[in-house]
Design a protein around this ligand. Structure first.
Ligand SMILES: Cc1ncc(COP(=O)(O)O)c(C=O)c1O
Length: 286
């Protein structure tokens, strides 16, 4: 079976899966999501994805326990779809009720999941490097919660993609760089890999954690310490994104200005290669 959906206990085609108009996910974006990548049908770091959803649910008071065994659902969906290279998208909304900001007691969460094929990024994109565009971070102040309210991210990502970019680089009012719209962002300053700390201002990416583990294993110095747009332009010899789709995507240009030598740097390439090894090891692929 190819692309497939799961909705509240049943498997069906994606077109058949429909939620009621009064679902709070639709009305308010009152919902959480995760995107897990399948490598040859095997999910990568499903456990950490689900831990992140549980932490988000605690913050917003969503009764995730009532949603059942989500890990099982995702594994079953992966198996039933028989897809090799794919994304499993999971969304849990707070449930269906007459529209009201006040959260009613004892709502049944709605569980939506889809399995969709993904087109891997061509190798030449990695070797050429990507471009990025700085954009103000307009999202809310709890970006550690993977909420579906993504309008600011849609705007900044569209801005970047329409100009041939891979992603936007978000910055706050004081110039501090937080993350991308679908990714975390890193740079190398004075031979040290830098990325924003995993606090409430960014999503703690599963790929970000994998990159930092790789840096540790390779003895590459890194610091989870914020840096600004000025630091990026004046001091960075390299930059790159990390996310579930690209794993590690080198950035050679931001806002039309070269970063370092204007090509993917050795640290990003080394980390990408180590990341690929982790994927192969953990998913038993390749
Ligand atoms: C805002 C944001 N930051 C970072 C990431 C990267 O997270 P991960 O590595 O878990 O894909 C994502 C992924 O969707 C995201 O939406």
């Amino acid at each position: 079976m190819p692309e497939l959906a799961y909705l509240d206990g049943d498997y069906m085609s994606i077109e058949e899966a429909q939620v009621p108009v009064e679902d709070r996910g639709l009305q308010f974006g009152d919902s959480l999501y995760e995107v897990v990548r399948l490598y040859e049908g095997e999910p990568f770091r499903l456990g950490p994805h689900m831990d992140r959803m549980r932490r988000g649910a605690e913050v917003i008071g969503l009764n995730l326990a009532a949603a059942g065994d989500l890990e099982r659902i995702m594994r079953d969906l992966a198996e039933k779809s028989e897809l090799d290279t794919a994304f499993i998208y999971l969304q849990v909304t707070r449930g269906v009720c007459p529209r009201n900001h006040l959260i009613p007691d004892e709502l049944e969460p709605t569980i939506i999941a889809t399995a969709r094929k993904l087109q891997p990024i061509p190798e030449e994109k990695y070797s050429r490097g990507s471009v990025a565009f700085t954009r103000p971070d307009l999202r809310w102040a709890r970006r550690d919660v993977k909420a579906t309210t993504l309008l600011p991210n849609i705007m900044s990502r569209s801005y970047a993609i329409n100009r041939g970019g891979y992603d936007a680089v978000h910055y706050e009012e004081d110039g501090t760089i937080t993350e991308g719209s679908v990714s975390n962002f890193f740079c190398v300053i004075d031979d040290v890999v830098r990325t924003h700390p995993a606090d409430e201002r960014i999503l703690a990416g599963i790929s970000r954690a994998t990159v930092l583990e790789c840096a540790e294993a390779l003895d590459i110095s890194y610091e989870e310490r914020a840096f600004t747009v000025k630091d990026l332009f004046e001091g960075a010899s390299e930059a790159f994104f990390s996310d579930t789709y690209s794993e590690v995507m080198p950035v050679h240009q931001v806002d039309g200005k070269d970063i370092g030598q204007g090509r993917p740097g050795p640290v990003a390439q080394e980390l990408r290669s180590a990341f690929r090894d982790v994927v192969r090891r953990e998913t038993g692929t390749g």
